[in-house]
Ligand binder design. Structure first.
Ligand SMILES: C[S@@+](CC[C@H](N)C(=O)[O-])C[C@H]1O[C@@H](n2cnc3c(N)ncnc32)[C@H](O)[C@@H]1O
Length: 272
């Protein structure tokens, strides 16, 4: 392949990557991905966090330790004690592995998994025995003030905005907490201001913002052998567009984090 062909190939892959992240195309991608991934024992779909804590490293049940570490870090940011006995709703739970880990380790009262992809909801319910519901993040089927903690991991970029945030605020109890983990093509300062400014009109006050881009880069490197092994199981022509989705070392998405074009963050807010 010459340089020109390579350029066209890379921009085609970037277009596919952008399409997969769009509101209308995301369900198709995740429907398919979760169907396949559940038969491979995968239960989480995020870029992960490194280094691993002693809690996660020592837990033999953690087969995707970097991904679960990301959930642990989100819980620590909210305050792990706030999960004990609480009603915790994960909006966009994926296959439910992350929420199940927090429910198992933090003594959550009721952990509810919600996703728009039916195979994800099925996995959360059948594999992890979580109450799970198929619904859209823009229309949460819960009553006002019924949730102590809303979790949202690596999903909001698909639907972030007024409808989502007003739904989060509506279902949260006053004094309840939101943990939102995601990335934006902004500097760390820009991403923090973006979060604060978007949350404030919904009476969600930003309480912490942590730039964890370096931790995500380190996780992508440490976890690349596992991701490469997963890629080997899909037909060869699907591997190029999936490499960035999985954040494999050297992929375009990995480079966005490594070059700091994109900031990956853990943010928390309190409902006022
Ligand atoms: C990158 S995955 C993250 C899954 C999970 N949080 C994890 O870390 O394993 C993004 C998730 O967002 C979900 N999603 C995308 N758009 C959605 C929407 N409008 N409503 C609910 N979930 C949505 C997808 O189905 C997918 O499960």
């Amino acid at each position: 392949m010459n340089l020109r062909q390579f350029g066209k190939f890379s921009s085609a892959i970037e277009r596919v990557d952008r399409l997969i992240g769009s509101y209308n195309a995301a369900p198709l991608y995740y429907d398919l991905a979760f169907r396949v991934a559940s038969s491979w024992g995968v239960s989480c779909f995020n870029y992960g966090y490194a280094p691993l804590s002693a809690d996660v490293s020592a837990d033999a049940a953690c087969t995707e330790p970097h991904q679960l570490e990301m959930y642990r870090q989100a819980a620590v940011a909210v305050g792990a004690e706030r999960f004990r006995g609480a009603v915790v709703l994960e909006v966009s739970c994926g296959m439910g592995g992350g929420l199940a880990y927090l429910a198992r380790t933090l003594g959550v009262g009721t952990a509810v998994a919600l996703d728009r992809a039916q195979p994800g909801v099925r996995s959360a319910h059948n594999r992890f025995r979580l109450p799970a519901v198929k619904a859209d993040a823009l229309s949460l089927p819960f009553s006002d003030g019924s949730v102590d903690v809303v979790l949202n991991v690596e999903a909001s970029h698909v639907y972030f905005g007024e409808p989502f945030l007003s739904e989060v605020r509506r279902v949260l109890k006053p004094g309840g907490h939101l943990a939102l983990v995601d990335s934006r093509d902004l500097t760390p300062g820009g991403a923090e201001a973006y979060m604060r400014d978007n949350l404030a009109p919904h009476r969600l006050r930003l309480t912490s913002f942590r730039d964890v881009t370096t931790n995500v880069v380190d996780s992508c490197v440490a976890d690349s052998p596992r991701r490469e092994a997963l890629l080997k199981r899909v037909p060869f022509f699907l591997r190029p567009p999936l490499r960035p989705m999985l954040g494999v070392e050297g992929s375009s998405r990995y480079e966005c984090f490594r070059s700091r074009k994109t900031t990956y963050f853990i943010s928390t807010a309190v409902a006022e």
